[in-house]
Design a protein around this ligand. Structure first.
Ligand code: 0A1
Ligand code: ZN
Length: 879
């Protein structure tokens, strides 16, 4: 199976042959689907006449082949495990092939496969080669005409990209539909769906008056779970018109919900295919977070219609061209529709935990990698989220107006083309007149830049001198790093006034909030006319994806938490303050010394709680009252001690709860509501504030808290509240609280896989020492299947990724369990197997004993016959 040859960006060459039009026909059958393809092919004008035609193809059985109607003799072509070569072809011709494939045996979920009996496809990045012989690369763009033939009873619905142009019945209980997509597209955007589906339909009128039919296709029992996705879609369509001037371009836009899907969703032209978890919602089955995630993903896929489909990537090294830009677009959309500060806080909290860890580990890679073995391993936080941070920096560097005009230029100039990251950045440089050449290094240099900052206030001169020094640590293949252009948004907060001071830099007045540009390894910025001693507020809004260290004292942080005009940095000051306290407690735990709670943290929380009645953004307050996660705390430690981190964090939570018990209780009680559920910012804010308070109360097993949790569970008002209460009960040390609630929930929702996923996750993330045994036990549960990625993520992924104390059990059983599952999945679904290994790849961060145990499991995996996906990750992890 393993074929470890890397592909290099520097080897890129335009295709020797282009396909201008593809006519496909699928005669569906679970064991032997016949795929006929007629490709209209022409040679690239600059390529030699003697060049053979080379097409990609994997796991295909070739039944027939002809050029311009003439069947080829056996010596005229060759087929191997990677594809088809026709030795001599004319300059322009039609190639006809017929192949058979077996969708029912496809457990990798790439190409054409079956999910719950329905047929569906996943072609990004290189799945189309499992459907037919084709130049499977994004810079070959063709128009497609697709005929789908299925059984009238089993597959009443037959869908593909574009518009339906013909349908009819055939002998033997079969029928067909032909679809035409007028927009040239790369084959990774091809899609086909067939099955017994029902639809919900709506309409949208575009800004220029085009009438678009919107359809969401689901299994019948899910018809009541589509409202939110449909409303989100319409909001996203309007937003893209208003914000980017982008309209939808076909008469029909379809979304299909599929149970077995490797990722969140896929932007196939006119026919988006979604993981059911990323589209279905109902107040009784989905939490607020799930509602928000669905809104974001629906928008993300829709936005790809321009950033990805109309203008696509030249090659897969440019993946962040479409993903970074589209994530940035969906983040801004969600910020506009919900609480903007909370959206930013949540995105950054996740980014600093997960992307920073990726950037510091053995699989670190640049936002534009220069080589890969298996491209599906590169759908990473670096490509997506760091890519989005780079686009955000660009927007902030050039300003919104130039950014928008650069975006217009980009879409106009490159419509219908497959382009590069430079093409995008060039448009921004042209629109703004700025030199972005140093900025481009962000795309080629891996690793998280670290900035050490310090400042001095000169009372006599009324000057504040801020010195910033940047350094990017070495990453695999990149020992040396160059200085980056890093925009730092900042203010100086006067310690007397509590207000942002006017900033004067080298004689220039810059207002009270400005961006300074760090371009050298070290730079000192001298602010003059600083009337009082300030505390600097740096990298406001997380203005660059860096680790910024400043020697803040705890008083400084408490001061910023109370006074910073930037909401994001107020939150961050609170996190930094908590981290300082946690550091002491982690040390105390390790040294066996009694733990003492820092009163400054208690006082900071007391003042936060006092704002609960008056704040106009309860969701932000809820974030401020949330301690940094164990994973984020671990990120700050030189060597991760999972038990000390867990003990310290639990101690802080319990100390805060003991000291502020009445305040938490009051906040909980003031924020309950019987109003009918709506996934709207105000309700969501109140729910999150209430639920944060409840978590503190249950952490000390407060009687009133436990009773509230039980009532909240029993009241069954909405899934946000039910799930939160169930989690608190299950994660408490009291089995008398957790067992009955888990049983009731499991019985009630046995029929709903997406709810059972939540039931799995809640149990296997409990800190109690039986979590690992529960994972093993639940893997035999009838609702569990290794073949379904959502189940695997909910059970095994949640355990390994979120239950730090139990996954890292000193006896190594957590690692063993994960390796067992990876080994099995390596055969079934290599893409999911490769992703699941991630926690094991971080072995360098732990003590020697654990390092050995983790490496032993990686080596056990390496001894198997591996898919390229798993091979690449394991090799990097052990390199
Ligand atoms: N382009 C999709 C992500 C995606 C990538 C690969 C997939 O299957 C292997 C599926 C989806 C997006 O960004 O949403
Ligand atoms: Zn995407």
């Amino acid at each position: 199976m393993s074929d470890p040859k890397p592909t290099y960006l520097s080897d890129y060459r335009p295709p020797a042959h282009r396909v201008t039009h593809a006519e496909l026909s699928f005669d569906l059958d679970p064991a032997a689907t016949r795929v006929k393809a007629r490709l209209h092919v022409e040679r690239h004008p600059e390529r030699e006449a003697a060049e053979p035609l080379v097409l990609d193809g994997e796991q295909l059985t070739l039944e027939a082949i002809a050029i311009d109607g003439q069947p080829l003799g056996e010596d005229e072509y060759a087929v191997d495990e990677h594809g088809l070569t026709v030795h001599r072809v004319p300059e322009r011709f039609q190639l006809d092939t017929e192949v058979t494939i077996a969708p029912q045996e496809n457990t990798a979920l790439e190409g054409l496969y079956q999910s719950n009996g329905m047929y569906c496809t996943q072609c990004e990045a290189e799945g189309f080669r499992r459907i037919t012989f084709y130049p499977d690369r994004p810079d070959v763009m063709a128009t497609f005409s697709t005929t789908v033939i299925g059984d009238v009873e089993r597959e009443p619905v037959l869908l593909a990209n574009g518009n339906p142009v013909e349908r009819g019945t055939l002998p033997g209980g079969r029928h067909f539909v032909t679809w035409e997509d007028p927009f040239p597209k790369p084959c990774y955007l091809f899609a086909l769906v067939a099955g017994d589906l029902e639809k919900v339909e709506d309409r949208f009128t575009t800004a220029s008056g085009r009438e678009v039919t919107l359809q969401i296709w689901v299994e019948e029992e899910n018809l009541d779970k589509t409202d939110h996705a449909m409303a989100s879609l319409k909001r996203a369509m309007r937003w893209d018109e208003e914000t980017y001037g982008r309209e939808y371009d076909l008469d029909l836009f379809m979304i299909v919900a599929v149970n077995d899907f490797n990722m969140g969703a896929m932007e196939n032209k006119g026919l988006n295919i979604f993981n059911s978890a990323a589209v279905l919602t109902h107040p009784h089955t989905a939490t607020d977070a799930a509602f928000q995630r669905v809104e974001g993903i629906v928008a993300h896929e829709y936005f790809h219609n321009w950033s990805g489909n109309r203008v696509t990537c030249r090659d897969w090294f440019q993946l962040s061209l479409k993903e970074g830009f589209t994530v940035f677009r969906d983040q801004c959309f969600s910020a506009d529709t919900n609480s903007a500060p909370v959206k930013r806080i949540q995105d950054v909290a996740f980014f600093r935990t997960a992307q920073f860890a990726e950037d510091a580990g053995p699989t670190a890679h640049p936002v534009r990698p220069d080589h890969y073995i298996e491209i599906s391993n590169f759908y990473t936080l670096t490509i997506y989220e760091k890519g989005a941070e780079i686009v955000r920096m660009l927007r902030n560097l050039v300003g919104w107006e130039a950014f928008r005009s650069g975006s217009d230029r980009y879409f106009e100039r490159f419509d219908g083309q497959a382009v590069t990251i430079e093409d995008f950045v060039d448009c921004m440089a042209e629109a703004s007149g700025q030199d972005l050449s140093q900025f481009l290094r962000w795309y080629s240099q891996a690793g998280t830049p670290e900035i050490d900052a310090h400042g001095e206030y000169d009372y006599a001169e009324c000057e504040y001198r801020l010195t910033l020094r940047q350094r990017t640590p070495a990453t695999p293949d990149q020992p040396e790093k160059l200085p980056l252009h890093i925009p730092i948004r900042m203010g100086l907060v006067g310690t007397k006034s509590g207000e942002d001071l006017t900033l004067t830099l080298e004689g220039e007045q810059l207002g009270r909030d400005t961006v300074i540009h760090l371009r050298e390894e070290e730079q000192t910025f001298v602010f003059s006319d600083v009337a009082e001693a300030p505390v600097p507020s740096l990298a406001r809004g997380f203005s660059a994806p860096v680790k910024l260290r400043f020697p803040y004292g705890r008083e400084d942080l408490a001061f910023l938490l109370a006074n910073d005009s930037d909401g994001f940095n107020r939150w961050d000051a609170g996190q930094r303050l908590a981290l300082l306290a946690l550091d002491d407690l982690i040390a105390a735990h390790r040294n066996g010394v009694e733990k003492v709670m820092d009163p400054r943290v208690v006082e900071a929380f007391r003042s936060l709680l006092a704002q609960a009645d008056t704040t106009d953004d309860k969701a932000v307050l809820a974030e401020m009252l949330t301690l940094p996660s164990e994973a984020y705390i671990a990120e700050q430690q030189p060597l991760v001690d999972v038990d000390a981190i867990h003990a310290a964090r639990t101690f802080v939570k319990q100390s805060l709860a003991l000291a502020l018990r009445d305040d938490f209780l009051a906040v909980y009680e003031a924020n309950r509501s019987d109003a009918p559920y709506a996934p709207e910012p105000e309700q969501i804010g109140a729910r999150s504030l209430k639920n944060v308070a409840l978590a503190y109360l249950v952490a000390i097993e407060d009687d009133a808290g436990i009773e509230h949790a039980q009532q909240q569970f029993a009241a069954d008002h909405n899934m946000t509240d039910v799930r939160h209460a169930l989690t608190l009960l299950t994660h408490s040390s009291r089995d008398d609280l957790s067992d009955p609630a888990l049983r009731a929930f499991g019985e009630k929702w046995a029929h709903d896989p997406l709810v059972m996923d939540q039931w799995f996750s809640i149990q296997v993330t409990r800190p109690q020492s039986d979590a690992l045994e529960r994972v093993r036990f639940l893997m035999d549960h009838p609702a569990f299947s290794l073949k379904n990625p959502n189940r695997v993520r909910a059970l095994v992924g949640a355990f390994a990724g979120q239950n730090r104390v139990n996954f890292h059990r000193p006896d190594g059983q957590g690692y063993q369990l994960l390796a067992d599952v990876v080994i099995e999945l390596n055969r079934l679904n290599p893409e999911i197997a490769a992703r699941l290994i991630t926690p094991l790849t971080r072995w360098q961060r732990f003590d020697e004993g654990r390092q050995e145990l983790m490496k032993r499991e990686l080596e056990r995996i390496r001894a198997e016959e591996l898919s390229p996906n798993v091979y690449e990750v394991v090799e990097k992890a052990l390199a």
